[in-house]
Write a protein that binds this ligand. Sequence first.
Ligand SMILES: Cc1cc2nc3c(=O)[nH]c(=O)nc-3n(C[C@H](O)[C@H](O)[C@H](O)COP(=O)(O)OP(=O)(O)OC[C@H]3O[C@@H](n4cnc5c(N)ncnc54)[C@H](O)[C@@H]3O)c2cc1C
Length: 382
Amino acid sequence: MDLTHPPEVEAFRAEARDWLARNVPAALLPSLETAEGFAAHREWEARLYAGRWSAVSWPREYGGRGADLERWLVFEEEYWAAGAPARVSQNGIGLLAPTLFDHGTPEQRERLLPPMARGEQVWAQAWSEPEAGSDLASLRARAERTADGWLLYGQKTWSSRAAFADRAFGLFRTGAAASGPHQGLTYLVFDLRAPGVEVRPIGRLDGKPAFAELFLDGVFVPDRDVIGEPGQGWRIAMSATGSERGLALRSPGRFLAAADRLYALWRTAADPADTALRDRVADALVGARAYELFTWAAAARIAEGGQAGAESSLNKVFWSQYDLALHETALDLLGGAEAELIDGEWAQGWLFSLAGPIYAGTNEIQRDIIAERLLGLPKGRR
Ligand SMILES: Cc1cc2nc3c(=O)[nH]c(=O)nc-3n(C[C@H](O)[C@H](O)[C@H](O)COP(=O)(O)OP(=O)(O)OC[C@H]3O[C@@H](n4cnc5c(N)ncnc54)[C@H](O)[C@@H]3O)c2cc1C
């Protein structure tokens, strides 16, 4: 595989690097899991949009740059290397937008995408329910037919960013599961401030309140906010999960930058005699590079007409375990630096990395997918 980029891609990289160097906030923004941090990250999205960097892979008409996968990966490398803020619009840009490109109407794309790109509408994903996580198809929240639309009833949970977000996309039961639980589901979007929506924040390990559960009692959704055909929700939702587990959520740029930061920490904080820690830092550098190469191989396959498909489960298991190991190494390196351990960037990152093997589909479920679909092993425990 030739990893040399053509001059026009390197020119794109230089443009991104230059813009980021001039625009990335000098000080770390407050956590986007707080009201204050959410607002600050929304402003950052607007600034990104002003430079046309908020959704680089979208067509130009919606505020993007029409960038291909190669350019997008290059942009991500530069983004994370520049220490730019986490993306509060990630659910919308990474999950809903690809779904709209594949299944939305032109009217929906024109109405929903530009405010998403500008950071004016931040989206939450409302899929999980108390009894429907890994087994998502057993969901019970329902949408009942009414004049010109639907009424939503039920409960959604574990919805990232929902406490401060504007809108949500979710799956609802609209018909009998005649030939299985995957039937009779409808994919639609709704307003988190509509009458009938109650948003209850769920405290995270660090106490920050952006995570939420949603209680829905007769929330009206007009027909124009149904994505795809009613009853086709499962097929539509599944077209986005590959991108959630794989490239869209965790580009290698993020881990290359984190591994570099870890290496810098080791240079300043490590006891050179501690070879065990040194080896773990080396593992982090090797892991980031391995993930980068694996991702470029996947990108090459996709560019030639392949799909992300079940292979994205390999990415998911890898990056979630990698992230955890990297942060544990950093905390061990910091040793007794108490302030850093309580509220520092590494400690915050570690707390979040604990959730990596759970969100975007648990690693147990990913391993089953790998076993069955990639290795051709017999069906397991389900
Ligand atoms: C930080 C975070 C953010 C999240 N954000 C969102 C969000 O924005 N929107 C949203 O809709 N959801 C979100 N989720 C929910 C997430 O998708 C679910 O937590 C996840 O799918 C697991 O579902 P569950 O919690 O119901 O656990 P369960 O499905 O009850 O699983 C419990 C345990 O049993 C195991 N298990 C279950 N079934 C099987 C099986 N068949 N074979 C083997 N093992 C099995 C699981 O792997 C797990 O270890 C988030 C979760 C976290 C932690």
